[in-house]
Each structure stands twice: as C-alpha cells, then as structure tokens.
Write a protein that binds this ligand. Structure first.
Ligand code: ACO
Length: 320
C-alpha cells in the first residue's frame, strides 16, 4: 500500500510587498533582488496567522479531495513559525475545520518540512496505520525576519499549502531524506534564551541569520545529488519526470540544479517571483497552483525536492 494525493489547496496573505516597497525600508533595489534571487514581490501577514493560513489552505484541499473533515485520520503541519509553542498548529487547524478524531502533530525541518511531512504521512499509510492524511506546509516567517538586515529580509514571504493523501495502490513511488547537523550554523533562528530560576538569560528573541553563499553552495550540490539518488533507487529516468517541483528559495538555485542535472529548465516550474521564499509552504503552494491551472495530468511523474536549515534536504517521487 502507498499513498496518492487527492486534493491540494493554498492560502497567502492579502498584503503584497514589492521590491520597491523594501527599498524604502533598507538599502536595496529591485534590480539587486530580482537579478540575484528572481523574487519581485512577496506576501506578508498582517491579520493572518499561521494556523489561519494553514486552515484556509487545508479547507480548499479537503474540498477538492471530497473528504469530509471528520473522515481525516492524521494531520501533520510542517512549520517553523507556529503561533504558539503549544498547542501545535495541527490541533488548531483541526479545531478550525471540525476534524475531531485525527492524530495531529507539527514537524520542524525548515524549508524541507513539507517533504518530511509527506514522507512521514505516506510511511504511516504504507504501514497500514492510517487511511488518509492532511499535510500542510505553512509559515508566517516574516515574524522571524530581521527587517533591518537587507541580506535576509528581501528573501522571505508568508503563505500556506496543503495536500490530502489517501492510501492507494499507486501514487507515492519513493523518497530520500537527509540531514547534516555539522552545518547547522549556516542558517539559524534561535528561540528564547534560557531564563529560569537558575539562569538569568536575555529574554529577547532572535531573528533569522544566514550565510547566504554557504546555503547556495549546499543547495546546488545536495539537491542534484539526492535527485540522482532517488532516480537510481526507484529505477525511473530523468526523462520520465514531467516536472521537478523544487523548494522555491531562489531562481538561480533552481536554474543551477537544472543545469547540473542536464534537464531543460522548463521542467522546473517557478513562482518565487510572486511569493519569495515561503519555506515549508513553497512546494505545496506551487503544487496547488499547477494542479488548479490544469498543468498536471493523471499519470504524470513529479519529483519534489526540498532543502533548508538543519541542514536538511530530500526528494520524493509521486505519480499524479
Ligand atoms: N540589496 C543590495 N545589496 C545587498 C543586499 C540587498 N538586499 N544584500 C546584500 N547586499 C550586498 C552585500 O552587502 C554585499 O556588499 P559588499 O560586496 O559591499 O559587501 C553584496 O551585496 C554581495 O553580497 P553577497 O552576500 O555576497 O551576495 P550574493 O551574491 O551571495 O547573494 C544571496 C546573496 C542572494 C542571499 C545568495 O547568497 C543566495 O542566493 N543564497 C542562497 C540562500 C537562500 O536562498 N536562502 C534562502 C533561505 S534558505 C533556504 O530556503 C534553504
């Protein structure tokens, strides 16, 4: 038994912030941002919350899947920007949608989070433990961004994407997932300092810090490697893949991966220009756009690949 995607959805905040808007708060410009990253605008949450965006994306995915909320057995939310330390976002989504009997937990693997969540859900189904799952990638990462740091604040955006999986004989073909804690320092965002009866810490929260070039080098090396690893493991050739749906961090990373794999770039769809890097949400947002635009045909083989803080990375091969 494996799992099949039977519905997708997405939700993004209403407010659009362009590169020109950012040039009024930090020393930057549209030319620098778009030529280095491909990003032209992003959505930033104002009224929207992590759980609210997640629930909206999930509601659309459920509607498309034809599943009623009370049928859902498992909810996994991938996020590193939840509204609360607890309860988890999965329970808040369940509350909002009327999902009453599902197991629900959040999973943290930064920009690789949705991929880890999908792999986890399908493993539960392959083990026969659940018949369906709602998986969500969501971020209001704008609250973790230092809006005075031009080297990071131009890169990120908020949003959510969701998918409903159902146990089936075909659908999920295979996956690989990896991490390397040795490189943990190149992309970080600390939580609270220790502050208790024994330690008097600084209660100030920290913001995202990134060694951009290290992350770039990591991504353009590890993504092609894990794609090749997955293709070899599943016996599927590069030519059989209809689309390579990569984490949308940066168009130069995606172009470089296409080049290294020697695959035409038009099989690497992109929407980073519209949303920036939405971390765990980027893959399911793009998947939903393609689905609703009618770009995916039954039987298409899709290779999804994510990479991010941890460092974490991985890939999954699914048949639509
Ligand atoms: N506007 C104008 N100038 C800027 C900006 C900005 N927003 N940010 C940095 N600069 C300046 C720097 O200060 C530097 O100036 P200097 O030469 O006078 O010191 C110059 O531009 C070059 O800076 P670099 O950091 O070397 O720029 P680089 O060409 O490496 O591009 C970038 C930076 C776009 C972040 C690149 O490293 C990159 O794409 N990294 C990948 C990281 C990524 O996408 N992370 C996303 C999050 S992680 C993830 O999703 C996995």
């Amino acid at each position: 038994m494996t799992a099949r995607i039977i519905g997708t959805g997405r939700a993004v905040p209403a407010e659009i912030i362009t590169n020109d808007d950012l040039s009024r708060i930090v020393e930057t410009n549209d030319e620098w941002i778009s030529s280095r990253t491909g990003i032209r605008q992003r959505r930033i949450a104002k009224e929207e919350t992590t759980a609210g965006l997640a629930a909206e994306a999930a509601r659309k995915a459920l509607e498309q899947s034809g599943k009623a909320p009370e049928e859902i057995q498992l909810v996994i939310v991938a996020t590193c920007s939840s509204d609360y330390f607890f309860p988890n976002t999965a329970c808040l989504v369940a509350k909002e949608l009327g999902i009453r009997h599902a197991a629900g937990f959040d999973l943290s693997a930064a920009c690789t989070g949705f991929l880890y969540a999908m792999n986890t859900a399908q493993a539960y189904m392959a083990a026969g433990m659940y018949e369906n799952a709602l998986i969500i990638g969501v971020e209001t990462i704008s609250k973790l961004v230092d809006w005075k740091d031009r080297s990071t604040c131009v890169l990120f955006g908020d949003g959510a994407g969701a998918a409903v999986l159902e146990a089936a004989d075909t659908g999920f073909i295979g996956m690989v997932q990896h991490s390397d804690g040795e490189k943990a320092d190149v992309l970080t965002c600390r939580t609270r300092e220790m502050n208790n009866l024994l330690v008097s810490g600084d209660p100030a929260l920290d913001y995202i810090k990134m060694e951009g070039q290290e992350v770039f080098k990591f991504a353009v090396k590890k993504v092609p490697e894990c794609v090749e690893e997955l293709l070899e493991k599943t016996g599927v050739s590069k030519e059989e893949i209809r689309y390579y749906i990569l984490h949308q961090a940066n168009s130069r990373i995606i172009s470089s991966v296409a080049k290294r794999l020697k695959v035409e770039e038009d099989r690497f769809p992109m929407n980073v220009n519209l949303y920036g890097n939405t971390s765990a949400a980027s893959i399911p947002i793009l998947l939903d756009e393609m689905n609703r635009d009618g770009k995916l045909q039954k039987g298409d083989k899709l290779l999804l690949s994510g990479f991010g803080a941890g460092l974490t990375w991985g890939a999954a091969l699914v048949e639509w």
